[in-house]
Design a protein around this ligand. Structure first.
Ligand SMILES: NC(=O)c1ccc[n+]([C@@H]2O[C@H](COP(=O)([O-])OP(=O)(O)OC[C@H]3O[C@@H](n4cnc5c(N)ncnc54)[C@H](O)[C@@H]3O)[C@@H](O)[C@H]2O)c1
Length: 418
């Protein structure tokens, strides 16, 4: 299979040469003459280990660069777009380079042979579905029939790009037509990594999920270093290196990944009070802790968000069954638990029939929050039978295992366990 790569910057050049390494014939297209001249003299315009050697190895045989788009696309079954999507003044992604490249490709594609346009550039979620697909359809092509369309976000790291491309840990393809999916799967057959074919929006979202987590972790670390510096007497690098020794980073039970998973808020004895206490101390020291403040705001808002949703979608007379009261499974700690806030908010909205069941925390919750005045059930079977709507607030294994009981019920799985 022949592959075309449009845009031979950092990602595009790595992609083109990486596919050569996997034994494909690759054609490349780049609009920057300066870069083109460098490639011709087998030089690369940036530093990245292995790429120069690979360019020397493949240019002129497996890898051919043309200045004419028609030639670039003539044999290609898949066209990877790797042009830049930089940031505009207001923070949006600029898509002009991508649309110029797609537009020019369309003018040079013979749709008699099916080709898949694959966006490797990073594009905000919903771009393929709401902007690129309608744009192509307006040009008169039918997606999945005349032409294929997919996004395929790239996760490589500068400095390790070659190894990351050749040995990826996962391959994500946002694709919604079968022919494109099967062609892309053929391309990636040669890579030893699981390939996830997902919706257009999911494909794009996964990339941003990854990058925003990384940026959040960095900003978090930086904010903590400011607070530590203001408090004084703290060995900042040592503190962070010792933080890294937490078993949870290395995939032990209840590892770090369980904290990078959505739910309906953290609770219990430690996280809420410790986050608040450090935010207060930071303010006393003269620094407004924006990350910690946002962290607390989101923890408060997530419960309101779900209650608003339940309120919007249901009648006040429905019997609501709250599944789980403790702040996390395998614990009967109900201090500052999301269940209390969610039940209170539902009552404020006017829901009167609220049932609750927790495998081990019914009594302790009832005693602590007597004023709530709700109905407690002693088994999952009983609460399911006695409720119209089920709201999973704690991710108990029992709820996951016995989800067959929920078959005919409306379920709000606020822990994403089902
Ligand atoms: N750099 C990274 O680490 C990285 C990692 C993963 C994903 N990405 C994403 O991949 C995309 C490309 O990133 P990059 O770092 O390679 O950018 P880059 O600026 O290095 O490369 C883009 C190239 O596309 C060329 N180009 C622009 N319009 C063109 C057109 N119409 N036809 C042909 N070539 C054209 C440019 O001249 C440039 O050489 C971006 O969306 C980026 O967010 C980057």
């Amino acid at each position: 299979m022949n592959i075309a790569v449009i845009g031979l910057g950092f990602v595009g050049l790595t992609t083109a040469l990486g596919f050569c390494e996997k034994d494909f014939n690759v054609t490349g297209y780049e609009i920057d003459d300066k870069k083109l001249n460098m490639f011709v003299s087998k030089e690369i315009p940036f530093y990245e280990p292995f790429l120069k050697e690979k360019l020397n190895k493949y240019l002129g045989n497996k890898f051919r660069i043309y200045t004419n788009m028609k030639e670039v696309l003539s044999e290609a079954e898949t066209i990877f777009f790797c042009v830049g999507t930089p940031q505009s003044e207001n923070g949006d992604a600029i898509l002009d380079y991508l649309f110029n490249a797609i537009g020019e490709s369309l003018l040079n594609i013979n749709i008699k042979s099916f080709k898949v346009l694959i966006i490797k550039s990073t594009i905000p979620p919903s771009t393929t579905k709401d902007i690129i697909k309608p744009y192509l359809e307006k040009k008169g092509v039918v997606i999945g029939k005349d032409i294929g369309l997919a996004n395929n976000p790239e996760f490589l790291r500068e400095g390790y790009a070659w190894d990351d491309f050749i040995n990826p840990d996962r391959i994500i393809v946002g694709v919604e037509d079968k022919q494109s999916e099967s062609i892309i799967k053929k391309v990636y057959e040669k890579f030893d990594a699981p390939l996830y074919a997902v919706s257009y929006n999911t494909g794009e979202f996964i990339k941003y999920l990854s990058n925003t987590l990384l940026s959040t972790l960095i900003s978090y670390s930086n904010e903590m270093s400011i607070i530590a510096d203001l408090i004084g007497g703290i060995d900042i690098p040592k503190s962070f290196k010792i933080l890294h020794m937490d078993k949870r980073w290395c995939g032990s039970p209840a590892g770090m990944s369980s904290y990078v998973y959505p739910g309906c808020g953290y609770g219990g004895y430690c996280l809420p009070k410790d986050t608040s206490a450090l935010a207060c101390l930071s303010r006393k020291k003269g620094y407004e802790p924006n990350m910690l403040k946002s962290n607390l705001i989101i923890n408060d808002y997530i419960k309101k968000y779900y209650v608003k949703k339940i309120n919007k979608e249901n009648k006040k007379t429905e019997k609501i069954g709250i599944l789980g009261l403790s702040f996390k499974p395998d614990s009967d700690d109900i201090r500052l638990c999301p269940a209390f806030d969610i039940i209170s908010l539902l009552k404020n909205e006017g829901f009167k029939n609220i049932n609750a069941f927790d495998p081990i925390s019914n009594e302790i919750f009832k005693n602590a929050y007597q004023k709530l005045n709700i109905n407690y059930f002693n088994s999952l079977d009983a609460i399911v039978g006695g409720s119209d709507i089920l709201v999973i607030v704690t991710g108990w294994q029992e709820f996951k295992e016995k989800q067959y009981m929920f078959k005919n019920k409306k379920v709000y799985d606020l822990r994403y366990i089902l």
